[in-house]
Ligand binder design. Structure first.
Ligand code: MOS
Length: 752
């Protein structure tokens, strides 16, 4: 794949600066040599090991635990059960804001789902703690488990996702369907999926009086700090979190999970530092999952192939005790113009851990259904799927009527189709075979994800020696924040990256906001840009107000910061180095502060999304129904590209998640017990290298002056959204069989 030569980089890649360069990962050597220190790699002096015992039932209560047997085991120090777990300052079921999720931390004997923590064994060694947990032999009073979308009454949730309405309507869908000359109605199903980051949830907790030191992976240090402070009744600033690296988060590490809190409680109980790491199967319960969905799509078109109505209804599940609702129907808000659109959600309460944000929450399952339905509708109109999408291209956000802050989706379609060779696609299915007799199919899907921002803060310092420091408590969960934000930091200070010290990854630094919603680079980047602007303005004041400076008389807006010097904007022959300015003024260093957040005026005026188009080729064995994805081309437009190498890598990762969604991931539930039957990476399938096809990601030019000062949209999640549908559509094109239940498995295709 050709790297973009920097001298020919398109305009959305900012030039003459660090932003836009394909720098390699700053922590790459640490990770490839195994010297990057993840949370569970820490061993403070005196540390002991905690292991969870978890419930094997979905609903009821624990009636007995053989604590004596566990305590008698050599090396076991303590067994923590509801009988001796310290009470907390705050009810763990309190919900003071929508991002506060209810957690099980041994405050009572109730069981609400399978794999819920029911005891913690603390021992001198991991082996002793593990053995002690096995000796507890729990007994239960069991009530019937409610599993599956039809096992409880459904309700209309008050809010979906991070707080949007459950139903939204624009125009009259029933009238639009009645007036249509072609219609489709189809039901798509997506399964429960579990985040399964490579690094399990973990914590190393050490108390010193009422001060708490934590090594733990988190996507939101400040929010987690606040949550823990509330639970323990201590001040947030007395909690010091180190989270320099995460081995993946995917949404499940945003909030401070119940098991991590249990590790902290255990450390308090035994008076020693405690390490607690989840076993893989314990990830299937207490740390969130993507809820299953059943989605009913109803579409109608006129005789020209223009949509007359689009209805997207989602039935999904949440837990019996909390309210996360997968906002899957929201995928239909932004993509296709229609005079009538309705999106709606209903939910059932199941005996399951609470579902949670999981990579491309809403859009991932929602777009799988929408993009499949669009393909079915195009077929019903006798139209090529790309021509159909262009016919129904949304020039404004259909649901709100707002203009887009920027939208280069048409260019994504054009460049992706050209690269893939889409024009040669036969309209009918089952027209192509390879030399080995495999059925070959081509499908496409549109990718979309909101361009979000949270709120973040940063501090920037310039030193007399001409170097700079940028501080922000940002989160590198593998996406490359450590590198991309350092590039933004260097530009913000007008310095080379090697002159700019970038400090990140601890809670003592300014709050960077949540690393989620594909919003981290935009949020933290904007904060850094703002902090750099603040300190450069102070530096400029020192120079422009001093008769001894060559910059005397230029006002603040009249200087440029570059390469450690300030230049007069109107006369670049006149410049002065940072060192000279600070030395003359007698300052060892000066500092600036900055904030990154969306501009409320821009938010109310514009709809903000990243877009893309994904083209997939699959080969299907006509006898056995086995599907292989052989080619993926994605073209994405997401504003400014900070680091082309890493942005492309994010798109690859997203598209591989799309392969995973389409063909692999499926948490199989035992309907009788509510137990996940495949809680391990041998049976819960995700793509391995052999499953990953030839992938290309095209970075489509897009400039956005409304989303934030740097024009950055998110790139982390969008790759998933077009891909699952594109693969389903390619499978149809290969076989003529429309599979509407994800993942697409060979039993649904066998003999096709
Ligand atoms: Mo993500 S689900 O916003 O970490």
């Amino acid at each position: 794949m050709p790297e973009i030569a920097l001298s020919q980089a398109p305009a959305h890649i900012r030039m003459g600066s660090s932003i836009g360069q394909s720098l390699t990962r700053r922590e790459g050597v640490l990770k490839t040599t195994g010297t990057a220190r993840f949370a569970a790699d820490n061993h403070p002096p005196g540390m002991v090991y905690a292991v969870l015992a978890v419930s094997s039932i979905a609903r009821g209560r624990v009636t007995s635990l053989d604590v004596a047997a566990a305590k008698a085991h050599s090396g076991v120090i303590e067994v923590m059960t509801p009988a001796n777990t310290p009470r907390l300052a705050q009810d763990p079921d309190a919900k003071l804001h929508p991002f506060m999720f209810r957690i099980e931390v041994l405050q009572n004997d109730t069981v609400r789902y399978v794999n819920q923590p029911i005891a913690v064994v603390v021992a001198e060694t991991l082996e002793a703690a593990t053995e002690g947990a096995l000796l507890l032999a729990p007994a239960y009073e069991t009530e019937p488990a409610r599993t599956g979308l039809d096992s409880n009454d459904s309700f209309i949730p008050q809010a979906v996702g991070a707080g949007g309405p459950a139903e939204e309507t624009h125009g009259d869908v029933d009238a639009g369907l009645a007036a249509a000359s072609a219609r489709i109605e189809a039901v798509y199903e997506t399964p429960a999926q579990y985040h399964n980051a490579m690094e399990p949830h973990s914590v190393v907790a050490a108390w010193d009086g009422n001060t708490l030191s934590l090594d733990m992976p988190t996507q939101a240090m400040a929010m987690t700090q606040g949550r823990i402070a509330g639970l323990f009744g201590i001040a947030p600033e007395d909690i010091h979190i180190r989270s320099p690296f995460l081995g993946g988060g995917f949404g499940s590490k945003a909030l401070g999970s119940g098991p991590q809190v249990l590790g902290i409680i255990a450390a308090r109980l035994v008076g020693r530092p405690v390490k607690l790491v989840l076993r893989r199967e314990q990830m299937f319960g207490p740390v969130g999952h993507r809820a299953p969905t059943r989605q009913t799509m109803r579409l109608g078109t006129d005789d020209q192939g223009a949509l007359t109505a689009l209805s997207h209804h989602v039935k999904t599940a949440t837990s019996t005790f909390d309210d996360f609702i997968e906002p899957a129907a929201n995928a239909s808000h932004a993509l296709y113009a229609s005079p009538a659109i309705k999106t709606s959600h209903e939910a059932v309460r199941l005996d399951t851990g609470t579902p949670l944000f999981m990579r491309a929450p809403g859009e991932a399952p929602g777009s799988a259904a929408l993009e499949s339905a669009i393909d079915e509708m195009a077929l019903a109109c006798g139209m090529d799927p790309l021509a159909f999408r262009l016919k129904n291209y949304a020039e404004v956000e259909p649901m709100s009527g707002k203009p887009f802050s920027s939208k280069a989706l048409r260019q994504c379609y054009e460049q992706g189709a050209e690269r893939f060779g889409w024009a040669a696609r036969p309209l009918a299915p089952r027209q192509m075979r390879d030399d080995a007799g495999m059925l070959v199919g081509w499908g496409m899907g549109t990718a979309v994800f909101p361009a979000l921002m949270f709120q973040g803060h940063a501090r920037a310092v310039l030193r007399q020696d001409g170097t700079g420091v940028v501080e922000i408590g940002a989160h590198d969960m593998g996406q490359g924040a450590w590198t991309a934000l350092a590039q933004i930091a260097a530009d913000a200070l007008g310095l080379d990256p090697d002159q700019t010290e970038f400090r990140s990854g601890t809670s003592d630094l300014p709050d960077a906001g949540i690393a989620g919603g594909s919003a981290h680079t935009a949020t933290a980047g904007a904060a850094i840009h703002d902090a750099g602007g603040d300190v450069i303005a102070k530096l400029a004041d020192l120079a422009t107000g001093d008769q001894r400076s060559p910059l005397f008389g230029a006002n603040n807006a009249g200087v440029i910061a570059r390469g450690g010097r300030l230049y007069r904007r109107d006369d670049e022959a006149r410049s002065e180095s940072y060192t000279d300015i600070l030395t003359r003024a007698g300052h060892a260093e000066i500092e600036g502060r900055g904030t990154g957040a969306s501009d409320p005026a821009a938010l109310s005026a514009y709809a903000m999304y990243a877009h893309g188009a994904v083209f997939a080729e699959v080969k299907v064995d006509p006898d056995f129904g086995q599907v292989r994805v052989t080619r993926l081309v994605g073209a994405f437009a997401a504003g400014t590209v900070v680091n082309p190498r890493m942005v492309r890598s994010q798109y690859y990762g997203g598209m591989i998640w799309g392969v995973s969604f389409a063909l692999h991931e499926h948490a199989v539930m035992d309907k009788r017990t509510g137990r996940p039957m495949n809680p391990n990476l041998a049976e819960y399938h995700v793509p391995v290298n052999a499953d990953v096809p030839n992938i290309e990601a095209i970075l489509v030019e897009e400039r956005d002056v409304h989303v934030n000062a740097l024009g950055i949209k998110g790139v982390g999640e969008i790759g998933i959204t077009g891909t699952a549908g594109a693969i389903a559509n390619a499978v149809w094109h290969a076989t003529g069989v429309r599979v509407r239940r994800f993942p697409i498995t060979l039993d649904q295709l066998i003999g096709a």
